[in-house]
Ligand binder design. Structure first.
Ligand SMILES: [Zn+2]
Length: 103
């Protein structure tokens, strides 16, 4: 898979097409990821000790990896990635500008 935790990705389909965010969590077994600020859902909280008033909160729901693409800070858009082996490391590079996308 080309996307990892802490990557900046862009949503390429759906209502939030074109929006970007940072990958907070990968759900590899489901081919989904949680991305900061994307695909927010409203959750109604029950009253609890932590949250005595209950209420409503916004929380990221997972997004299918097929709806995400890696963001290239150089091209400033979602790009395809190629994998290159440099020395003993696998490096991900933007297919357009060849900029390495691993930090
Ligand atoms: Zn690029």
């Amino acid at each position: 898979m080309n996307i990892r935790r802490n990557d900046i990705v862009v949503k390429i389909r759906g209502r939030e097409k074109g929006k970007q965010g940072k990958v907070l969590q990968m759900l590899l077994s489901k081919d989904r990821a949680i991305v900061e600020g994307l695909n927010l859902v409203t959750k109604h909280l029950r009253k609890s000790q932590d949250n005595p008033k209950g209420g409503i909160t916004r929380k990221e729901a997972s997004i299918a990896l097929s709806n995400l693409m890696l963001f290239c800070p150089h091209c400033k858009k979602a790009v395809r990635v190629k994998r290159v082996i440099e020395g003993d490391k696998r490096v991900r590079k933007c297919k357009k500008c060849a900029q390495a996308l691993d930090t």
